[in-house]
Design a protein around this ligand. Structure first.
Ligand code: HEM
Length: 436
C-alpha cells in the first residue's frame, strides 16, 4: 500500500517484507555496526559485543540481540530443569470451556502457540484491513529468545465439569493457608497455570498477550505475577530483594538420577500413568516487608537466614567471604548457638534423618516489584518450586511456620499445580494422555 501524498510505501509494507528486500536492511545495519565497531576499536580497542549499544553511536546502530532456542518437544516440559531465564510471567487461568471436547481444543491451541513462540519465525501475513496475527512487539519475525512455556493444571480442573475426577494426580489439592498466610482469593488458585520465562521482558509479554488472545474463548485470566532474576552480584548466585544470595542449595538439574529422585514423577508410581514425566509446581506470592527488613542489623539478618549476607556462606563459616558451597553441618551445634534453630535454612533443611525425606525441592524463584502501591512498597518473591511429591513442599512449609523470617514476609497468593509431562513431538499436545 502507498501513501497517496508521498507515493512511498507505508512502513507496514517494509514490516511484512514486501518491497523491502531483507538484504538492503541487513546491509544498512551491518555498515552502521561496522562503523561503530571501528570507532570503538580506534578509541579504546574494545571489541563490540553483540546486542550492546555503544554510547555516541547513532540511534539504530546496535547489532541484533542474540536469540537462543530452547527445544519445545521432549519427555519433560522445558522451564523446570532449564536454568532460570532473566524474566518470567506466571499466569493463572480459569477454564470456561463448555465440554471436554472444548477443553481438548484449548490444550491443542495452547500447544500450537507454545510450539510457534518457542521456535520463533514469521507470523502469517494478514490483510492490512484485518487484525494482525502477531503483536509486533518482537518485530516482524518472532524471536525465540530463550522462551519456555510450562503448563500445569490445578485441582479445580478435576471437578465434575470435564469428567476428570478419577484422573487427578493423587497429591494435588487446592492450596489452603499456612499459619501466617494472608491469601487473597483474587491472587490464588486457578484451573491452569502457564509459566512463561525468557531472556527478555518483551518476549514474555509477547507470549502472554499471544496466549491470552488465542485462548480467550475457553479460558479467562484469573491472576498473574511478573518476576525477574537479579544479576549475580558480584559473582555466583543472584540476590533477592533482601540482599541475600538465593538459590545456593538446590539439586543439580543436570544430574538425571537426582532429578528422577526429587522432581519427576516416575512411571509405575502411585500417580496415574498419564502423569509420568510431570511434577508438582508450587507458586507462592510472598510480599516482603522491605522497609522493616532494612532496619534489621546485618548480623541479625544473617541469623534469620543462617547464611552470610555478603558471600552466602553458612553462618558458621570462619570468614565473611568464605565460599557459599560449604555444606551446613548442625551436629556440632544442637542448640543452635551458631546457626539458630529457627533460621530459614535450618528449618527448611534441618539435616536430620527424620527430615531427610522432606528436605529437597527444586527452587526456581523470581523477584517481583508491583510498586507503586502506596503507602506500602509491594515487592517480594514469586517463590517457585518443583517436586515429585507435593507433600514434601507442605512438610517443609509447615516447618517454616516457626521461622524467624515470619515478621518480614506475608504470603498473599499462588497455588498448587501439576506441571504436565512434555509434548513429545509434532503430533502430541499438552495433556493428551490425561484427556484420552
Ligand atoms: C519467600 C521468601 C523466601 C526467601 C526470601 C528465601 C530465601 C532463601 C535464602 C536466602 C536461602 C539461603 C541460600 C540458598 O541456599 O539458596 C534459602 C534457602 C532455602 N530455602 Fe528459602 N526463601 C524463601 C522461602 C522459602 C520457602 C517458602 C521454602 C520452602 C517451603 C524455602 C526453601 C528453602 C530451602 C530448601 C533452602 C535451602 C536450605 C539448605 O539446604 O541449606 N524457602 N532461602
Amino acid at each position: 500500500m502507498e501513501n497517496v501524498m508521498t507515493g512511498k510505501a507505508y512502513p507496514d509494507e517494509e514490516w511484512s517484507g514486501a518491497g523491502c528486500p531483507m538484504g538492503a536492511f541487513a546491509r544498512r545495519t551491518l555498515l552502521q555496526g561496522t562503523a561503530a565497531g571501528l570507532a570503538v576499536g580506534a578509541a579504546g580497542g574494545t571489541a563490540l559485543r553483540e546486542g550492546v549499544t555503544v554510547a555516541g553511536t547513532p540511534a539504530g546502530a546496535t547489532t541484533e540481540a542474540k536469540s537462543r532456542t530452547i527445544p519445545f518437544h521432549g519427555y519433560y516440559q522445558a522451564g523446570i530443569a532449564t536454568p532460570p531465564q532473566q524474566d518470567a510471567v506466571f499466569v493463572s487461568l480459569d477454564v470456561t470451556a463448555a465440554s471436554r471436547r472444548e477443553l481438548t481444543e484449548l490444550f491443542r491451541t495452547l500447544t500450537a502457540r507454545a510450539r510457534f513462540l518457542t521456535a520463533g519465525g514469521r507470523p502469517p501475513k494478514t490483510p492490512s484491513t484485518a487484525a494482525p496475527s502477531s503483536t509486533g512487539i518482537l518485530g516482524p519475525t518472532v524471536v525465540a529468545d530463550g522462551l519456555t512455556l510450562t503448563v500445569g493444571v490445578g485441582a479445580s480442573l478435576f471437578d465434575d465439569r470435564y469428567g476428570l475426577r478419577a484422573r487427578k494426580p493423587v497429591q494435588l489439592v487446592t492450596m489452603t493457608p499456612f499459619r501466617h498466610d494472608d491469601l487473597d482469593p483474587a491472587l490464588s488458585q486457578g484451573d491452569l497455570l502457564v509459566q512463561i520465562c525468557a531472556d527478555h521482558r518483551d518476549t514474555t509479554v509477547n507470549a502472554l498477550l499471544d496466549i491470552l488472545t488465542h485462548t480467550k474463548s475457553a479460558a479467562r485470566l484469573r491472576w498473574r505475577i511478573d518476576g525477574q532474576r537479579n544479576p549475580e552480584r558480584p559473582v555466583g548466585v543472584r540476590r533477592d530483594w533482601f540482599g541475600f544470595k538465593d538459590g545456593i542449595a538446590n539439586p543439580d538439574t543436570t544430574n538425571a538420577a537426582k532429578m528422577d529422585q526429587v522432581v519427576w514423577v516416575q512411571p509405575q508410581s502411585a500417580e496415574p500413568a498419564w502423569a509420568a514425566g510431570g511434577t508438582y509446581h508450587v507458586v507462592r506470592i510472598v510480599h516482603f516487608f522491605i522497609e522493616a527488613w532494612q532496619k534489621v542489623p546485618v548480623a541479625q539478618q544473617e541469623r534469620i537466614f543462617g547464611r552470610r549476607k555478603a558471600s552466602g556462606a553458612p553462618i558458621y563459616a570462619q570468614g565473611e567471604n568464605d565460599s557459599d558451597l560449604l555444606d551446613p553441618i548442625y551436629t556440632n551445634d544442637p542448640q543452635g548457638l551458631i546457626t539458630p534453630l529457627d533460621s530459614h535454612i535450618r528449618l527448611a533443611n534441618p539435616q536430620t534423618p527424620q527430615t531427610a525425606a522432606t528436605s529437597t525441592i527444586l527452587r526456581r524463584s523470581y523477584d517481583y516489584d508491583r510498586s507503586p502501591n502506596l503507602p506500602e512498597l509491594d515487592m517480594g518473591h514469586a517463590f517457585i518450586c518443583f517436586q515429585q511429591e507435593l507433600e514434601t513442599y507442605i512438610a517443609m512449609q509447615t516447618r517454616l511456620e516457626g521461622e524467624a523470617l515470619v515478621p518480614y514476609i506475608s504470603p498473599r497468593g499462588g497455588g498448587y499445580f501439576f506441571a504436565l509431562p512434555g509434548v513429545r513431538d509434532d503430533s502430541d499436545y499438552y495433556a493428551r494422555r490425561l484427556l484420552t
